[in-house]
Design a protein around this ligand. Structure first.
Ligand code: OAD
Length: 245
């Protein structure tokens, strides 16, 4: 993949960069994406697993699914796309990494300024007293875990369908999208709102918007550049091109 001279120039001169990542950025680490042939949603119905009512109806089933995902995430490592974003952050004065991923891989790679729009799978909280709990591991009984303070049911600290995003986090992401010079939209199908509105906001404010995805999305025809390929390959090439400036 050739990196365009315009993108290199834009990034070299950028004061402010905003990046939105989706499940495709963790795919090369071995974390399944949500949509598409191998997507998680093709094996599980989201309405059965990722909404609050379903959780209250069958907390054991929802916890079993999250335990499986937690186990997968614990066993994988950040990939070259995550590390390329760490390097990009070091080059840009004002850098914001907005992620829809709940796997914590950006933090493990070393990224600093991260906004987790959809929460983090490592954290849990009590649905009664809101106390946080970390590193919940189900025991063999597979009973849903309970709060050690009040005995209430614990739930994963992730955003489910129909729920609000964590307070203030989306507003910060929106601010970053609106003031950035370059916006990168990476490995996301860009269909889940409000995250999907961020590249559109950036476009509206005149940012140079680039998508990297292994397939075209609804966003592709609207951005300045839609690069087709794997983020784990293209992002390191981009960093190399910047270094040789
Ligand atoms: P999706 O599974 O919807 O989309 C993943 C995107 O990544 C697809 O467009 C793929 O083509 C692309 N992709 C896969 N592997 C790639 C690679 N190696 N390089 C480049 N692109 C690649 O995942 P998201 O867009 O993240 O929300 O989904 C958004 C939200 O939907 C998730 O955060 C989750 C789900 O509902 C909640 O759980 C609230």
């Amino acid at each position: 993949m050739t990196i365009s001279a315009t993108l290199i120039a834009r990034l070299s001169n950028a004061q402010s960069v905003c990046v939105l990542t989706g499940a495709g950025v963790s795919a090369e680490s071995g974390v399944p994406t949500f949509r598409g042939a191998d997507g998680l949603w093709s094996k599980f119905k989201p309405e059965e697993l990722a909404n609050f009512n379903a959780f209250i109806r069958n907390p054991a089933l929802v916890w079993e699914w999250y335990s499986y995902r937690k186990k997968v995430i614990k066993e994988v490592q950040p990939n070259p796309a995550h590390y390329a974003l760490v390097e990009l952050e070091q080059r840009i004065p004002n850098f914001t990494l907005v992620t829809q991923n709940v796997d914590g891989l950006h933090r493990r790679a070393g990224s600093k300024h991260i906004l987790e729009l959809h929460g983090n799978i490592e954290r849990s909280y009590c649905i009664d007293c809101s106390a946080f709990a970390n590193d919940i591991v189900l025991d063999e009984s597979k009973e849903p875990p309970h709060c050690k303070h009040c005995g209430g049911l614990l739930r994963p600290d992730v955003v489910w369908f129909g729920e609000m995003l964590p307070e203030g986090v989306f507003e910060q992401a929106l601010g970053a999208a609106r003031r950035c010079d370059v916006f990168l939209c990476l490995g996301t199908s860009a269909v889940v709102y409000p995250a999907a509105s961020l590249p559109l906001e950036a476009l509206e404010q005149g940012a140079y918007v680039v998508e990297i995805n292994q397939e075209y999305t609804d966003l592709s025809s609207r951005v300045q550049e839609a690069m087709l390929g794997k983020v784990g390959i293209i992002l390191p090439q981009l960093i190399q091109a910047l270094q040789h400036q």
